[in-house]
Design a protein around this ligand. Sequence first.
Ligand SMILES: Nc1ncnc2c1ncn2[C@@H]1O[C@H](COP(=O)(O)OP(=O)(O)OP(=O)(O)O)[C@@H](O)[C@H]1O
Length: 626
Amino acid sequence: MAATIDLTHEGTVLVAMESTACDPHHTALPELSGLSSITSQNESVDGGEQQLRVFLRVRPFSKEELNNNEDQGCVVFESAETATLHAPKGSATMKCSEKGIGQQVHKFSFTKIFGPESTQAEFFDGTIRSQVQDFLHGKNALVFSYGVTNAGKTHTIQGSPKDPGILPRAIDAVFRHINGRLYEQMDLRPYLNSDVQKLDPDQLRMERSAKTALFSMLKEDSESTRTSRSRSSSSSSVNSLSFSGVSYDQTVDSAEGAVDDVQYVYSLWVAYYEIYNEQVYDLLQPALSNKTKRRAVLRLCEDSAGNSYVRDLRWVNIQTAEEAAKVLRVGNKNRSAAATKMNQSSSRSHSIFSIKLMRIDGADVQGISELSLCDLAGSERCNKTKTFGERLKEAGNINNSLLILGKCIAALRNNQGDRAKNSYIPFRESKLTRLFQGVFCGRGRASMIVNINQCASTYDETLHVMKFSAVAKEVVQVIQPRSLESLAPRLIGRDGKPLLNNGVLDSQAVDGYLSEDELLDGDEEADMSILPQEELLNLVESLRAKLLAERKKNLLQEIQIRREMGDAMMQQIMEIEELHSRQMADLKESYEEKMDSTFEMYKEALKEHAYQCALERLEEEICPTR
Ligand SMILES: Nc1ncnc2c1ncn2[C@@H]1O[C@H](COP(=O)(O)OP(=O)(O)OP(=O)(O)O)[C@@H](O)[C@H]1O
């Protein structure tokens, strides 16, 4: 079989197959059985280039899907890295190919494919386990799952209590590595993008009580669940997810933890937030008021090095894997409550669970690394969603952020083909891509998980997802080697100014340091409606004054620009006029020359004619005389 893949500049992939001699009902993936080794291809720890790792996970059919005849052999596994999609009858792809547009069969390759029989443990081992190891050694990592609704994204990332996904497994691996070497105080908290804030005793007290309050949200919940459980025996995975069910081969983690980094103790902090309708919400902050259930909108800002971070995001210090599970449960609970309030499905937002790990040596923080797991919203397109009112805005925003993600990936891929080209990458056009920018630009390693189902009814959407992933797989990440200084984060005090750095006051850092307020983006919108009335009036007044001043400035600028443009145009007109009169004079001269020469020609011709006539007349007169 031969196949050609043509990547167009819009980021679409055209795949042409010359033969389709594969069994359309073949879904087993023999090469994948017994998979337990860590994928080591394309790995680089200390900088260098590597391809973006793209993993395909295909979920099994549910009973209802099998009853509804959804199994039409749409997905065929060719090898552990290659799969083909076969358009079923009735799909838009099939209809197009019957009209001679496009192909019925599309072939895609991945870093690794995980078929319907693959277990959660196999998936973790074969995908992000190596990234978790890098994270433990100070590297940043981003994992994001992409696919249509109901394709298995949440199952892959969170899983269920009995069958935990990559997130609980990653946290378990981290605690196994730490192996009791925990920094038990909570006085070093993540700050901005990759700095650390030293909390004073007051702040520490507040931090502790905030953590207790956070976990008490679950207690209330579990009491109400207990009463409701007597009514319904089924409990959702959201409320009962626990990491205790994690079981896999831990020898690698324990061995590595025992050998290196023994001098360090570790402090672990987690945050859980979502991006819905292009607004960032903290999933660990309860609604602002019980009445409106309005949530605070968080701002996306940048530090002095241009790295994005979510301002006022709640970071929670965790001491056990069980505490991390609790944080996840609180976040899931707030997420589903907000979704119910908004009459929205939680799968319409992008949710991000971030883990920050500080390596502490004595009194110094030696390094901080971040692992983020992002469950993207379902990637189905507008025509399939109920596009009215809020839903239209929501669908537009989801599609837009995924579209921008696609554009960024395509631009990254195009730029690497021709480095001189260096075309614009629209990271700033969506919140999601602003957050991912650092990792895509070399501040860590990214992996993409592509989740698909095999249903015939969603074939066209699945094909779209696969095309997206084909572009992503072409991206080569250039990982920046981090110098020793940049490994040590700045330690910030209560006033937001740098404290001691390795025991010495860094005066240069103090001078060059911008406080968080100074770093705020001017163009960033916040949810103003949450401010009290008086503040809003003051804000309106100051904005009005600013607007008037801006208008005046703009008017003066406009007059100046108009004058300059008028002068420039007049100059141009005069030049054109001069050019035209010069051309006219040249033309006149050349026509006069031509006229003179024509006149001379006619004169010669007339002379010749008169001479001939005279000769003829003479001849006639001479003959009779003879
Ligand atoms: N690998 C798998 N093995 C068994 N069941 C799975 C697998 N993947 C997904 N499922 C099941 O399929 C259903 C849909 O999965 P899931 O909720 O994870 O989809 P999703 O892509 O996150 O959807 P949404 O975008 O709506 O959140 C769930 O019932 C889940 O348990």
